[in-house]
Design a protein. Structure first.
Length: 417
């Protein structure tokens, strides 16, 4: 008998859409409750009366959500170390002794992550995290939380085009993405750090920012997994407490991610580059074509009608795969991706176009322009692999099995009155 799943969904989100499609394809009994996360104001805009009625009538074996949207609490201020209040959903899960699976699809150390996750420790018997990057798992398990590696996947219903790559192209090299990561921009990160220095009374703000700049330079020259070690080494003289140090690790990870994207795109001959993203790219790529933001429904054709689609996520996802690693091949496009160890968990060399150093990007572009047959073979091979092994149905089967195993292991305390 299949478990019953109650999906807490952000409407109009791609992730919610693919989870609904995946659960339907598997024939899993499920219901959906929509909510709107209001990160800067309150826990979330959710109909708790509907939630309680649905739980009472549907009797789900577990709740499923992505990110921690329904769990977000009201913050007292916007500083990295700001306090948060318990969310109503957290209290409800604990009171009703419900199981919940939370699929993390973005970097989990976002400010003020450490404090927020520490507060989740009271839910450790009820809450299970699934992470698209395995490097996030130890941070969660060190807090006594359950966590598993569950990589991203492809959604053929949305992205799969014809198996034969296109014969005509609208652009030679394409990049889809913003200059910032969520609310994190280079300017915003610098301002957050500066405000934190002043609030913590760390003294010479200019010297601190200079030290931060030198730290970032070292981060960019080393593998992504070295970030925490580099920050601890460079900031040792400032006598920072652990929460502040972790906040800096988070902020500098975002900064390194943005700078890596900029450097990757600057490595492309600008006359053949088209960027779909915010117009802030113009400051860094004055000779490239900046096409502006793009709607999700247009992405399959953009990927398919770009001869090469550049992917640059080394610091944001130091090990795992991103959505674009699956979407681009499914759409019939070639993804030229930065090397990450997790790529080889899901693909082999006959399915990947990889660059290890930024200096390789122009060489790879020239090679694939001169060898369209090799390009098309990589696309077809990647499509076959994704359709056979890496769909959201595949991932949901894994998630449901792991949750079912946990449900059958009686480890939860009794529900409180």
């Amino acid at each position: 008998m299949q478990p019953r799943v109650l999906l807490l969904n952000q409407p109009d989100s791609v992730m919610g859409d693919v989870l609904i499609r995946g659960l339907s394809a598997l024939g899993t009994p499920f219901q959906v409750i929509d909510y709107q996360p209001v990160y800067h104001l309150a826990a979330s805009d959710m109909d708790y009366g509907l939630l309680e009625k649905t739980v009472d009538a549907f009797h789900p074996d577990f709740l499923l959500t992505f990110q921690t949207g329904p769990m977000v609490r009201k913050r007292r201020d916007t500083a990295p170390s700001s306090k948060t209040y318990p969310s109503r959903l957290e209290d409800y899960i604990r009171r009703q002794n419900l199981r919940m699976a939370c699929w993390l699809i973005d970097y989990p150390l976002s400010v003020p992550w450490n404090e927020k996750v520490t507060q989740f420790k009271g839910l450790s018997s009820n809450l299970t995290f699934f992470c698209i990057d395995p490097t996030w798992v130890p941070d969660l398990t060190s807090l006594g939380l359950k966590a598993h590696y569950l990589p991203y996947a492809g959604c053929p219903d949305i992205f799969y085009q014809l198996a034969v790559p296109s014969d005509t192209y609208d652009q030679v090299v394409c990049f889809v993405g913003s200059l910032s990561f969520g609310s994190f921009s280079l300017k915003g990160i610098e301002e957050t750090i500066l405000n934190g220095v002043k609030a913590a009374g760390l003294g010479d703000a200019a010297a601190f920012i200079k030290e931060i700049g030198q730290t970032v330079d070292h981060i960019m020259a080393r593998p992504p997994e070295s970030i925490r070690e580099i920050v601890a080494q460079h900031m040792a003289g400032w006598e920072l407490d652990q929460p502040t140090l972790e906040d800096i690790v988070c902020l500098l990870t975002y900064m390194a991610s943005i700078l890596f994207r900029v450097s990757a795109l600057q490595s492309v001959p600008q006359e053949v580059l088209t960027v779909y993203g915010d117009y802030a790219w113009q400051r860094h790529l004055p000779k490239a074509r900046i096409a502006g933001p793009v709607k999700i429904e247009l992405l399959p054709q953009i990927y398919r009608r770009s001869y090469i689609n550049l992917v640059a996520n080394r610091f944001h996802f130091p090990y795992g795969l991103t959505q674009r690693d699956f979407d681009i091949p499914l759409a019939g496009g070639l993804a030229l991706v930065d090397e990450r160890p997790g790529l080889y968990d899901s693909f082999d060399s006959s399915e990947l176009a990889v660059y290890r150093q930024l200096t390789e990007i122009p060489e790879k572009i020239h090679f694939f322009l001169a060898n369209p047959g090799i390009r098309n073979e990589l696309i077809r091979n990647a499509q076959k692999r994704i359709l056979a092994q890496h769909t959201f149905e595949n991932r949901l089967e894994t998630l449901i099995k792991l949750m079912t195993d946990e449900i059958q292991t009686p480890e939860r305390p009794p529900a409180s009155a």
